[in-house]
Design a binder for this molecule. Structure first.
Ligand SMILES: [Zn+2]
Length: 438
């Protein structure tokens, strides 16, 4: 009897173990089955190096990519093909951020019940959140310069624009395509660049939350600040000012002294809290991590780190997400490239802090960049001119529209270009004018 009971127990344990493993398998099948089925060497998914079937469209239904029986075609015109290449992906799958590589299962029309069974041979349709018209405008505005334009709807987290240059026409790739610098990288999502003065938004956030008397203080700039045997310099002496003028003047001396006062741990904590050092999950694609590391820096390097120099790095889409939070009472949305998909919000800062930053960025436009340069746009922004060792600085312009009907946050970064206000701001204006329908 005892033997029977122990055998029954053993059988029950085995049955439970099998059930548990089955559960794990079903869970993995539902969550990863699409990736298994769309594996590149599956002949039911691919033919002749291309997806067997499926369509990719922009948010308005404009076809960006269509595959039938293993033959793939891109958009009808060359500008659209070049402007959407990094979002869609190239024919050789070298662009890791491309959706034909990332979301092959959704394009093929895979589902957990029918798998890849597709009697009509048409595959599925993957509608992206990007707007092909904005992509074209952004690429034209970048011209032949290397750079990125990212635009986010800050109420949904949808990426409306993610343009990267240099790019190429997948239907007529140039012979020297491999020699174009970082051509397979989607710089909007996968590049980390020296942020320059756009990083002062991080230093300012830390100062607002950690220095209660910040707005009562009187600051002064003599054009240079002696620190640790070296100097932090401004292009000119900014004189006496309050904190909002320090941001609008982009005074290096003030932000360097704030970084020294806050210290490397607090600065690093805020770079992390504001999402600049994180890799953001965009439907399974992770954005490039930025960097803030002044723990072992001397005081001069710590000072410059508060102005976005030293070892600081930021990814354009993470900068746009930070601006999205400022525009949205301190809460940043989860990012997506899929139309209509919305995720959770993460509070990066308190609503009170966001309101102060909002006012400061509004003031930057009115006092420094000139509202006339952005006709009709309720633009709040910050520029950056980042020294990188290249011949010319990386030009940045980041911000958002304070308009519930057009809730767009953005980041523009152009390498080896010049000043943020003169080079990146006009690109932002062109894209935002198109976005609001002007
Ligand atoms: Zn100054």
């Amino acid at each position: 009897m005892k033997k029977v009971r122990s055998r029954a127990t053993l059988a029950a344990i085995l049955a439970l173990a099998i059930l548990a493993l089955l559960g794990v398998f079903v869970f993995r099948f539902v969550t990863r089955g699409g990736a298994w089925a769309s594996f590149v060497s599956n002949p039911d998914a691919y033919a002749g190096g291309a997806l067997r079937a499926g369509t990719v469209t922009d948010r308005n239904g404009e076809v960006l990519y269509a595959a039938r029986n293993g033959a793939a075609s891109y958009a009808a015109d060359g500008l659209t093909r070049r402007a959407t290449l990094h979002v869609v992906g190239d024919r050789s799958y070298k662009i890791g951020a491309g959706v034909i590589y990332r979301h092959a299962d959704l394009i093929l029309g895979w589902d957990p019940v029918n798998g890849l069974w597709d009697p009509a041979g048409e595959g599925g349709t993957l509608a992206l959140s990007v707007d092909a018209g904005l992509q074209r405008t952004a690429l034209e505005a970048l011209g032949d310069r290397a750079g990125a334009v990212a635009v986010i709807d800050y109420t949904t987290g949808e990426l409306l624009c993610a343009v990267s240059a240099p790019t190429f026409d997948p239907d007529a790739p140039p012979e020297d395509v491999e020699s174009l610098p970082g051509v397979y990288l989607n710089r909007a999502l996968s590049a980390a660049l020296t942020p320059g003065s756009t990083f002062k938004l991080v230093t300012l956030t830390a100062a607002i939350e950690c220095l209660p008397d910040l707005y009562d203080r009187d600051f002064s700039c003599a054009g240079e600040l002696s620190v640790g045997g070296g100097k932090v310099t401004c292009p000119r002496a900014h004189g006496d000012m309050k904190i909002e003028d320090a941001l609008a003047s982009s005074c290096n001396c003030v932000f360097a002294s704030l970084a020294l006062e806050l210290g490397p741990e607090t600065m690093a904590r805020y770079a992390e809290k504001l999402g600049l050092t994180a890799r953001h999950d965009i439907d399974g694609l992770f954005s490039a991590a930025g960097r803030y590391d002044a723990a072992k820096a001397g005081s001069l390097d710590l000072a410059w780190s508060g102005a976005g120099q030293y070892h600081d790095l930021a990814c354009p889409v993470a900068m746009a997400r930070l601006c999205a939070a400022i525009a949205h009472d301190g809460a940043a949305p989860a990012l997506t490239m899929l139309l209509g998909k919305t995720g959770d919000f993460e509070e990066l800062m308190s609503p009170e802090t966001a309101e102060k930053l909002d006012k400061a960025m509004d003031y930057c436009v009115r006092r420094t960049y000139g509202a006339d340069n952005f006709p009709g746009l309720p633009l709040h922004a910050k520029s950056g001119t980042a020294e990188t060792g290249a011949e010319n600085p990386t030009a940045w312009f980041v911000g958002y529209l304070a308009d519930p009907d057009h809730p767009y946050a953005f980041a523009v970064a152009i390498e080896n270009a010049g000043s943020g206000a003169s080079q990146a701001a006009p690109v932002a204006n062109a894209v935002l004018q198109a976005a609001v329908g002007n």
